[in-house]
Ligand binder design. Structure first.
Ligand SMILES: [Zn+2]
Length: 258
């Protein structure tokens, strides 16, 4: 894999699960690796209460690097209980919380339909928190893109929405784009036609970059170190320079967090 790092380029990974043991247990090592390739900011994604707390701890320790999120991933939504609900209602007021995510629905990887109503309850709970506390959200929507679009239209979210690793239908992509959503591009766009559609149909000002680490890419755990390589591939696709892509994504991430 060719990774060319030009001096002065600054990279963003808006969606990475840094609280996972793989990263968490060797954090100093990974941070030095990410700094070497020019990664400046990382959206620390939560999947449950444990990763939420780790994200806040890591954001305190490395405030310039990590952007802390809180949330419950749809894969574990069926385990969400009242105790957890109460904890999240308290935690959301913590000044370190910058994003609500990773939240959403998954009707593709989760085959048991009896889990879908609970996914929706948990998603709506977090969207209400985002609305009340004015926080941007990070959405997982595999196989449930239209359902999420319908839910979003029932909310008045003041802050920005990012659809992570979007690989759904084009008509829903266009409608989400019309709503003003951001879309984070994963290195998997190279082999997914639906995911490549994001680059085709979404305004450049709404694009972000992500690894979704530790999800594997080319057999290795994904990590923010992939961002220079990803920006190079996006630059080829958009026929602009890698430097322009890195500047664009950097300012898009600032706008998303605003
Ligand atoms: Zn994720």
């Amino acid at each position: 894999m060719s990774i060319r790092v030009e001096f002065g380029m600054e990279f963003i990974d808006c969606h990475c699960h840094i609280a996972e043991n793989y990263f968490y247990k060797k954090m100093e090592f990974f941070i030095s690796e990410w700094e070497k390739v020019g990664v400046k900011r990382i959206g620390a994604m939560a999947t449950n209460l444990k990763s939420t707390k780790r994200n806040l701890e890591l954001a305190s320790k490395y405030p310039n690097l990590f952007v802390a999120s809180i949330g419950r991933h749809p894969w574990g939504a069926h385990k969400f209980n009242t105790e957890e609900r109460d904890s999240f209602e308290k935690i959301v007021s913590d000044s370190r919380v910058e994003i609500i995510g990773e939240i959403g629905l998954d009707h593709y990887f989760i085959k048991e339909k009896e889990k879908y109503p609970q996914q929706k309850i948990v998603l709506e709970f977090f969207l209400k928190l985002a609305q009340k506390h004015s926080k941007p959200v990070m959405l997982h929507m595999t196989g449930a893109e239209k359902e999420i679009l319908d839910i979003l239209t029932t909310f008045q979210l003041e802050r920005n929405i990012c659809c992570h690793w979007y690989s759904g239908p084009i008509d829903v992509l266009r409608e989400l784009s019309d709503l003003g959503c951001y879309f984070s591009i994963n290195p998997a766009f190279l082999r997914s036609k639906n995911h490549r559609n994001v680059l085709k149909f979404v305004a450049k000002e709404k694009l972000l970059t992500e690894s979704d680490g530790t999800v594997k890419f080319q057999g290795e755990p994904g990590s923010p170190s992939l961002m220079p390589y990803l920006c190079e591939r996006i630059a080829e696709e958009l026929k602009i320079t890698t430097e322009d892509v890195s500047h664009l994504i950097f300012s898009n991430f600032q706008a998303y967090l605003k």
